[in-house]
Write a protein that binds this ligand. Structure first.
Ligand SMILES: Nc1ncnc2c1ncn2[C@@H]1O[C@H](COP(=O)(O)OP(=O)(O)O)[C@@H](O)[C@H]1O
Ligand SMILES: [Mg+2]
Length: 302
């Protein structure tokens, strides 16, 4: 951790920059550690599976899945995105059209004869692959109810890919139904994106309760890797208050990285590219690179 900050590793996130009077701090005033560029890996795997989870829609799950994945790929990690939302937004966001899919994550979880190699697609980003989804997946929620070990279908389906990737990011749908429980059962860690809005904390208690239940009954090693504030507006006191409340409630599970609100994210979605490719020098790209370095620095991702 002694590597000096360079243009590539300046925080670029909301908070206070280092001055003669003191070190850089995050938005709640904690000293911001310096997270260096992670060293290259000479081999890959076994992957850590991280579920992107919040039953509220529009909080930045898909945006975080795509851009964290792309930032980790830039740092030489082999990354698999698993689109586990019938909306298919993560697939579209990395350039896969949901209408022209022969096979999708639906087939991976429902058809015994289909395995992960049949459904993985490469993207335009080197090191970043995707298991795409489309509206077919909405049927799985109902069909899975009758399956044996219905909560661990995704876990079993992902197992053969573990050695090929360093990280597998599962983009969950906005619900706490059986698909999300499958993601939590497969996962080693959960990331919770949280919009910096007044009612953001509503529902997080229920989410944490669900995570605790899955840990008790299905996946004893499941960890909360962090809570990520998104759509932060530095001009309002309000955003800072929301993050302060999260810090009070969750302590150091609140990540240092905070994602600012910027129209570059929706713009990048329209272009079907991660922001790191669409606007590589923009603060939004820097923020997701910082998130990638923080997660490696905290030991959540190798
Ligand atoms: N930091 C941000 N600033 C501004 N807009 C954002 C930000 N993050 C996400 N968005 C936009 O908000 C909308 C919802 O984000 P998304 O990632 O799809 O949420 P979720 O997957 O939780 O439903 C999208 O249009 C996305 O482009
Ligand atoms: Mg989404």
């Amino acid at each position: 951790m002694t590597q000096p900050a360079t243009a590539d590793t300046l925080p670029g996130i909301p908070g206070r920059e280092a001055t003669a009077d003191g070190p850089a701090t995050d938005v709640v005033g904690r000293t911001l550690p310096h997270y260096p560029v992670p060293p290259a890996r000479s081999s890959h795997g076994p992957a850590r599976i991280v579920a992107m989870c919040n039953q509220k829609g529009g909080v930045g799950k898909t945006t975080t899945t795509i851009n964290l994945g792309a930032a980790l790929a830039e740092y030489g990690r082999r990354v698999l995105l698993v689109d586990f939302d019938p909306q298919g937004a993560a697939s579209v966001g990395v350039g896969v059209s949901p209408h022209e899919l022969d096979l999708s994550v639906y087939n991976l979880v429902m058809d015994r004869g289909v395995d992960i190699g049949d459904v993985v697609r490469t993207t335009a980003i080197e090191g970043l692959d995707v298991v795409p989804a489309n509206i077919d997946l909405s049927a799985a929620e109902v069909q899975l109810v009758g399956e044996v070990a219905r909560e661990s279908v995704l876990s079993r389906a992902l197992r053969p890919a573990l050695d090929d990737y360093d990280v597998i990011l599962v983009d969950c749908q906005p619900s706490l139904g059986l698909l999300t429980v499958n993601a939590l059962t497969a996962a080693h860690g959960v990331l919770i994106p949280l919009e910096c809005e007044f009612f953001a904390l509503r529902g997080v208690a229920l989410l944490v309760e669900t995570i605790d239940k899955v840990r008790d009954r299905l996946n004893p090693d499941l960890e909360v890797d962090g809570i990520l504030p998104t759509m932060y507006d530095s001009r309002t006191l309000h955003s800072r208050e929301v993050v302060a409340r999260v810090h009070e409630a969750f302590g150091d599970r609140l990540l240092h990285t905070v994602i600012g609100r910027t129209v570059k994210f929706p713009d990048a979605s329209v272009a079907a590219e991660p922001i790191t490719a669409y606007a590589p020098t923009h603060a939004g790209a820097a923020a997701y690179r910082h998130l990638a370095r923080e997660l490696v620095g905290r030991g959540s991702i190798a």
